[in-house]
Design a protein around this ligand. Structure first.
Ligand SMILES: NC(=O)c1ccc[n+]([C@@H]2O[C@H](COP(=O)([O-])OP(=O)(O)OC[C@H]3O[C@@H](n4cnc5c(N)ncnc54)[C@H](OP(=O)(O)O)[C@@H]3O)[C@@H](O)[C@H]2O)c1
Length: 350
């Protein structure tokens, strides 16, 4: 039997990716997909690649009362747009996976600091579960509200989990560099994201104080059991999809390549969407080989001469970095196998 889901913000990139993934999910039925701009138009007007999947389905306006007979609602909205929808949905007993940053930070002061407004529902921040199954699988199973991670954060955290969990590196000096494709900026063109301005770039942006730092530090600090501070610099690159995080760290005494490899293997053993990349044909994680899939490829390089290690993770920002991960959480919340509807391989060439 299928469960009913609604997608609010279905004309955007992550909403479109949810529609694509859920189109063949054996246990989910999309009963409503919203767009204020395209209300009344067929889904395929915005997402022509989905021709033949959603038959005559049309976008509808946001009218929460009409969606409350769903089992779960995905919110694919910009920051601050989800914030007041969530309490109303939860009050009617419907579960939520929010892809926006509105419920990711536990501390309301952090929300104010990074997003510039008082959080109107601070009580719900504690209730929300950060939707990274590799860290919070059991909590996600029981959650009413999952705050799905950002794409840069997903890559940065998954690159670093072994190093932090097993205390392999100096926790006071971690610098993460993320390269990410243009789809991470959403479908509305802006001055810096419009194609002629954005194509072929290799451009740092928000090089100090990117908002994703807050959730990366939150999750790594919880894992370490002490405060972890991270420098994070994202770079816009010419790709459409894909994100690669490279975390530069300094090794603790006696830690060597063998110990790191053992840590990766024990940390990620049994994880359905994590692949450890070592050796040929491609020595390090490369977004090119995960595009279109929910995989995250992880790996590392050690430079013994200066006792430095780089930890890397490659994802498709719209799949493991957004809609795929959200469906992974949905599966856990519904008691399904978490791979349900997500077992498709990456594209090649992509
Ligand atoms: N893109 C990524 O790689 C990525 C990865 C992880 C997380 N995220 C997060 O996911 C969220 C969505 O990102 P996106 O890339 O899908 O953005 P997007 O392409 O700009 O889509 C946003 C969607 O929200 C709708 N919308 C905007 N404001 C709204 C409002 N006030 N009420 C109702 N609907 C509204 C828009 O459609 P209408 O204007 O037609 O209603 C559109 O469908 C963001 O918070 C983003 O940070 C994105």
């Amino acid at each position: 039997m299928s469960v009913k889901v609604a997608i609010i913000g279905a004309s955007g990139y992550t909403g479109g990716e949810l529609l694509r993934i859920l189109a063949t999910h054996p246990k989910a039925e999309v009963v409503a997909a919203t767009s204020r701009e395209y209300a009344g138009k067929p889904i395929t007007h915005v997402h022509p690649h989905l021709r033949g999947y959603y038959k005559l389905m049309r976008f509808v306006k946001v009218d929460l009362d009409k969606f409350l007979d769903s089992d779960l609602i995905f919110l694919s909205l910009p920051a601050k747009a989800s914030i007041n929808y969530v309490p109303k949905i939860l009050e009617s007993g419907v579960k939520v996976v929010d892809l926006s940053p509105d419920y990711r930070l536990k501390n309301p002061d952090d929300y104010k600091r990074w997003y510039g407004i008082e959080h109107p529902h601070p009580d719900l921040l504690e209730k929300a579960v950060y939707g990274l199954p590799e860290l919070h699988r059991e909590e996600i199973r029981k959650a009413e509200l999952v705050a799905s991670p950002g794409c840069n954060s997903t890559a940065a955290i998954l690159a670093l989990i072994p190093a932090i969990k097993d205390c392999l590196v100096d926790l006071d000096h971690i610098a993460v560099d993320v390269k990410v494709g243009s789809s991470e900026a959403g479908r509305k063109p802006r001055a810096g994201t419009h194609h002629p301005e954005r194509a072929n770039v290799i451009r740092p942006y928000e090089a100090s104080g990117h908002r994703h730092v807050a959730e990366v530090e939150q999750e790594l600090s919880r894992l370490a059991g002490r405060e972890v501070k991270v420098a994070l610099v994202p770079h816009a690159v010419g790709a459409i999809r894909g994100a690669l995080a490279t975390a530069h760290t300094w090794l603790r005494e006696n830690v060597d390549e063998k110990i790191i490899l053992r840590s990766f293997i024990s940390t990620y053993r049994g994880e359905p969407f994590i692949r450890i990349v070592r050796g040929p044909p491609v020595g390090y994680p490369d977004p090119k080989y995960v595009i279109g899939s929910n995989f995250c490829d992880v790996g590392f390089a050690v430079e013994e001469r200066i006792r430095r290690a780089a930890f890397m993770a490659a994802i498709d920002n719209l799949v493991k970095g957004a809609a795929g991960q959200a469906v992974q959480s949905f599966n856990l919340m519904m008691g399904f196998d978490e791979r349900e509807g997500l077992s498709f391989p990456p594209l090649k060439p992509a």
